[in-house]
Design a protein around this ligand. Structure first.
Ligand SMILES: C[S@@+](CC[C@H](N)C(=O)[O-])C[C@H]1O[C@@H](n2cnc3c(N)ncnc32)[C@H](O)[C@@H]1O
Length: 227
């Protein structure tokens, strides 16, 4: 995460390079933005930097719940950036108009697959979305021609923790429609080359057949309600 004085925090991934994947305009002037599962808050601070009129970062699992993280990174970045990003400790399943209000743009990035009850999570997210939901998540079973989802018992997908479900694109689209998002567009997918590298790594490390790994992808979806 870039901070003032040329400091860039040595994180696990280069979040800045993920921004173009989201398919958002460069500027978000005048938009209110909710970042659900913000953790260290990179995307909250980036939305603020790009002109959003109001940004609320929410999390619970990694901030004060059973999660793997803490809130220290978020707090440090907020101070260092002299940011006005608001924060609220609220679980995905407790999102509602009365707990957070509604926002023009809702970022729901890499959280859905962590939820044991993804449809319920999407339903809660729909209640706080006014205009656009930006959903980034894992998909699986891409060759299955009907809506279907892979379930990972105990939330353990091949060595990853708290990864419960990966629907295919048809299921994701149907779930989004069922919670009120009728305009759904896939904005980004991973290149075949990167997916192949992922499948080879999972075969070598976890014994998952290559063909099975190639059934997965990591997508960004824009979902809008009927106007
Ligand atoms: C992989 S991180 C993604 C962080 C950030 N949104 C991003 O895309 O870089 C997953 C986030 O989901 C949050 N989360 C919410 N509910 C969760 C749950 N039941 N299990 C795991 N993570 C959960 C975590 O606290 C964490 O901040």
């Amino acid at each position: 995460m870039p901070l003032p004085y040329g400091i860039v925090t040595p994180g696990k991934e280069a979040c800045l390079s993920r921004w173009p994947r989201l398919g958002l305009p460069d500027r978000l002037d005048g938009k209110s933005v909710l970042d659900v599962g913000a953790w260290d808050g990179f995307f909250s601070f980036e939305a603020e930097r790009r002109g959003a009129s109001r940004v609320l970062a929410t999390d619970h699992f990694s901030w004060s719940g059973d999660g793997w993280g803490t809130k220290q990174g978020f707090e440090l970045a907020r101070r260092a950036l002299d940011s006005r990003v608001e924060e609220r400790d609220v679980d995905v399943l407790d999102l509602s108009e009365s707990t957070t209000g509604r926002f023009d743009i809702v970022l729901f990035l890499n959280v859905l697959y962590h939820l044991p009850n993804p449809l319920l999570g999407l339903e809660r997210v729909a209640t706080v979305t006014k205009e656009l939901l930006v959903l980034e998540t894992f998909v699986d079973l891409l060759d299955v021609p009907v809506p279907a989802a892979a379930y990972f018992p105990g939330g353990r997908m091949w060595g990853f923790e708290t990864t419960w479900w990966a629907p295919n694109l048809a299921a994701l689209e149907a779930m989004l429609a069922d919670v009120g998002f009728h305009h759904v567009e896939v904005k980004s997918r991973v290149s075949t080359r990167s997916r192949a590298a992922w499948a080879m790594w999972n075969e070598a490390k976890h014994g998952i057949p290559y063909e099975r790994g190639m059934q997965q992808d990591w997508v960004v979806i824009h979902a809008r309600k009927a106007s």
